[in-house]
Design a protein around this ligand. Sequence first.
Ligand code: SAH
Ligand code: SF4
Length: 349
Amino acid sequence: MKMENGVYDALALSYEDWEKVVTEVWKEPRFRADQICQWIYAKKVFDPHAMTNLSKTLRDRLIYESPLKVPIQIKTQQSRDGTRKYLWRMEDGSQMESVLLDHGGHTTACLSSQIGCPLDCIFCATGQSGYVRDMSVGEITGHFLLMEQRLGKDVGNVVFMGMGEPLLNARNVFESIRILNHPKMRNLGGRHITVSTSGIVPGILDLADFEVPVRLSVSLHAPNDALRGKLMPVNRRYPLSALVEAMRYYKKRTGERITIEYTLIDGLNDDPQLAYEMAALLDGLGVYVNIIPWNPISRGPGTEELRRSPEGRVRAFCAALTELRIEFEKRREKGTDILAACGQLAAAN
Ligand code: SAH
Ligand code: SF4
């Protein structure tokens, strides 16, 4: 159980932790744990003073012995299409962004897992902004709950597609998923949670064995090592052969269909021939492909200029996928006007 300076980090406690603290440490009846979890995870009340069915003693214990340290919202922006972007400040002063996406009334929360990202994909603003640190369990659950509180209702889906590589912070991400999934806590089904990865092989294997059956999304962007290594340096550590093997293991263990993310960059990875290569690489996996228009980001001086693929090339790539009978969706952009689209989140703001 996580304790720092003699206090518990309330938003990082599992249900079992709450049970233990409430019954063994505070000597209160077990149902108090349920009540506390209800305030936090169902009602999104983070101020113990407002937890009216708890005794004064218990409220004080919450305040002094297990404070609810939620991030501070320092900015919010709403896009014309309903996308909302939030900028949060953590206790140590570092900042992080997250997004709420609206699909015809269904809301998806796009969560962050790290402040920045160490993986340096050439097309991604987070990668270009550098890496600060991993987010804690409480920071991950905290920014999610606050977004739901601000929205005034529960969101249907969670995707770890904000800042950072979730499988490089797998321990905290998995623990936050356990918390969000627990029936006495947020009770969000595993199939409504997606972990997106740039291809961290050991993390994918762990996800396959993880007790909560969550969905996996793999950011592929290129079907051969030479090209992928150029776009995503992580490919040099985990080449495609190992990545595909891990995907097959995940598929076998969970039976879940894997989603492939592929963002089209002009002249770099949008040749229809690459769609054929991708089909051969992923043969038999039955994947679902998301074709994402590349969202322009500002890159450092001296770097090669990137452009999104023109519509004609996107169409040609998609036509190849159709011919190959690969199921795909051309994702519509969301929140580009407020720099809240895929890959546009950054630590420095
Ligand atoms: N690190 C994880 C999750 C965060 S990135 C990963 O890489 O999967 C979320 C998604 O946005 C990934 O599919 C990533 O490849 C994509 N992405 C990053 N930068 C982008 C950009 N500028 N335009 C479109 N998609 C981008
Ligand atoms: Fe990191 Fe994902 Fe961005 Fe790559 S695409 S730099 S892995 S956040």
